[in-house]
Design a protein around this ligand. Structure first.
Ligand SMILES: CC(C)(COP(=O)(O)OP(=O)(O)OC[C@H]1O[C@@H](n2cnc3c(N)ncnc32)[C@H](O)[C@@H]1OP(=O)(O)O)[C@@H](O)C(=O)NCCC(=O)NCCS
Length: 183
């Protein structure tokens, strides 16, 4: 679990089967949080299936993947976030970098939860020796562009995603972190 100021970022790897197979109550029991009736929707169901297959191929990827954003005060799931995979799985194909993904459910947006989450994930990864981060963001996705801008990411390129279309590639290197780790 990763704790931020207001959120517990709870790994969903142990309940991917439950979520994909429609056993939402069991998943909620395991993660000790209320899951909205409508989630996962069709889109996120496909996403969770993809993650489940990823863990089946490489069990060591489990701890890097998707987490529920649990609002500590109410114990409700308000979104999900994580990395696309272990170090090396990112749009830039940089073996030292990891790629972030994040979503906050519509009724909870605009309160800084995504920013807080990304900061928490970056801190957690830093403790595991990862200091290079990638984010792929649609050119019209103003809130997400605001987040990467605010956190100091740099625009380094773009690619075409089969599902999401054109995406801008952003990168963040935490200065001095690698050097400190080597001391
Ligand atoms: C992107 C997303 C995760 C943001 O979640 P959130 O909790 O509302 O984000 P935050 O509150 O931490 O930050 C949003 C920032 O965008 C800004 N913002 C929101 N709407 C904006 C707009 N239309 N234009 C410009 N900036 C905007 C906010 O002001 C805020 O910046 P600030 O803190 O400097 O004021 C959410 O919109 C979402 O889930 N979208 C769908 C999934 C998605 O796009 N994920 C990202 C894939 S790269």
């Amino acid at each position: 679990m990763i704790a931020t100021e207001r959120l517990d970022l709870v790994l969903l790897t142990p309940v991917l089967d439950d979520l994909v197979e429609g056993r939402r109550d069991r998943a909620a029991e395991v993660i000790r949080a209320a899951i909205p009736d409508w989630w996962p929707d069709e889109h996120d169901l496909g996403f969770l299936r993809f993650r489940r297959d990823q863990v089946a191929r490489d069990p060591s990827a489990g701890e890097w993947l998707v987490r529920a954003l649990v609002l500590r005060e109410t114990r409700e799931v308000i979104g999900h976030a994580g990395f696309h995979g272990p170090p090396g799985v990112n749009a830039l194909k940089d073996e030292r970098a990891i790629e972030l993904g994040y979503a906050v459910f519509p009724e909870h947006r605009g309160r800084g939860y995504a920013t807080e989450t990304v900061e928490g994930l970056i801190r957690w990864a830093g403790e595991r020796g990862i200091h290079a981060f990638v984010a792929s963001v649609g050119p019209e996705n103003e809130p997400s562009l605001a987040i990467v801008g605010k956190l100091g990411f740099t625009h380094v390129g773009e690619h075409w995603d089969e599902e999401d279309g054109r995406e801008l590639e952003f990168r963040l290197d935490i200065p001095g972190a690698a050097a400190r780790a080597e001391v």
